[in-house]
Design a protein around this ligand. Structure first.
Ligand code: ADP
Ligand code: MG
Length: 282
């Protein structure tokens, strides 16, 4: 079997306060694959990403990131990461391009990265995410969607093999989600990036992913696809309530195209356009 981009083998994690966030989670993401992980708030999605990033260490189980431990992969810059909430408002006087440059230069030792090559990488990343027209604007004046693209450019400029995105389309309307899905398709194709996207929003997950897994503390990931039926979804999201009572939940992985029309699951008007409002949920 070829080396996995990301592999979890029966990984469990309990927070110091006693809250078990993940239980015996196993998953395998192939290089170049685009996997969406769908689950309710509190289902363990952010915890899963933080473990892959080496920010949290599991109590049990094995994690390999491109054959390395998460810590080693972190040192090597294997995973680019877009956190769930953007950190403190970026209103310092840097242009979008400078934000990308700062990120890119922090990762790469100068001797590995001649200034010209780095500049080209920065330019290419900005172009890939479609941020060229506002690259010289101060980041504090960008919309939420524009800022997000700049942060993705920053991650991509470090040449990661995997891009991990935590709830990237929260507060984005249907058209914005579609365009974001296209952006991921471009990154996936042009850079052969492996993409791992987690969200509680089925539309955000389903658009363009190769496979979808459902996570609600436990995750059952396999390659025999079944449809994401309304029954499965109801069960997964019932955990939003059920978690409080320690309920068991069925989880499955499916081919994304078998999702029952991702766009039909939200009531009209449910998706609000909130430029810069990515912090508005949960
Ligand atoms: P999701 O990203 O799917 O919403 P999380 O991974 O953030 O879920 O959280 C999973 C569970 O772990 C939740 O029950 C949450 O309350 C708990 N949790 C998350 N972060 C912490 C923390 N820092 N300390 C204690 N419990 C936490
Ligand atoms: Mg989360």
């Amino acid at each position: 079997m070829t080396q996995a981009a990301l592999e979890f083998d029966r990984v469990s994690y309990t927070y110091p306060g006693g809250q078990q966030a993940l239980r015996a989670v196993s998953l395998r993401v192939a290089p170049g694959e685009r996997l969406g992980v769908l689950g309710p708030n509190g289902g363990g999605k952010s915890t899963l990403l933080k473990i892959a990033l080496g920010l949290l260490t599991p109590d049990e189980g094995e994690v390999r990131v491109w054959g390395m431990s998460p810590h080693q992969a972190r040192r090597e810059g294997v995973v680019g990461y877009l956190a769930q909430r953007m950190e403190a408002a970026l209103d310092f006087p840097l242009s979008a391009r400078q934000v990308v440059e700062v990120g890119a230069s922090r990762r790469l030792a100068p001797w590995r990265s001649p200034p010209r090559a780095m500049r080209e990488r920065v330019d290419r990343s900005i172009e890939l995410v479609g941020a060229t027209s506002y690259a010289d604007r101060p980041v504090g004046r960008l919309s939420g969607g524009q800022l997000q693209r700049v942060l993705i450019a920053r991650a991509v400029a470090c040449e990661p093999k995997i891009l991990a995105l935590d709830e990237p389309t929260v507060g984005v309307d249907a058209e914005g989600q579609r365009r974001f899905g296209e952006l991921l398709t471009t990154l996936n194709r042009e850079l052969n990036l492996t993409i791992l996207l987690v969200s509680h929003d089925i539309r955000g997950v389903a658009a363009g992913c190769d496979r979808v897994a459902c996570l609600s503390r436990t995750l059952h990931f396999h390659d025999a696809p079944e449809g994401l039926t309304p029954q499965v979804l109801a069960e997964v999201f019932s955990h939003e309530v059920g978690a409080a009572f320690g309920g068991e939940v069925h989880v499955d992985a499916h081919h994304a195209h078998e999702c029952p029309g991702g766009h039909t699951h939200d009531a009209p008007g449910a998706a609000r356009r909130e430029e810069g409002g990515e912090r508005a949920h949960d």
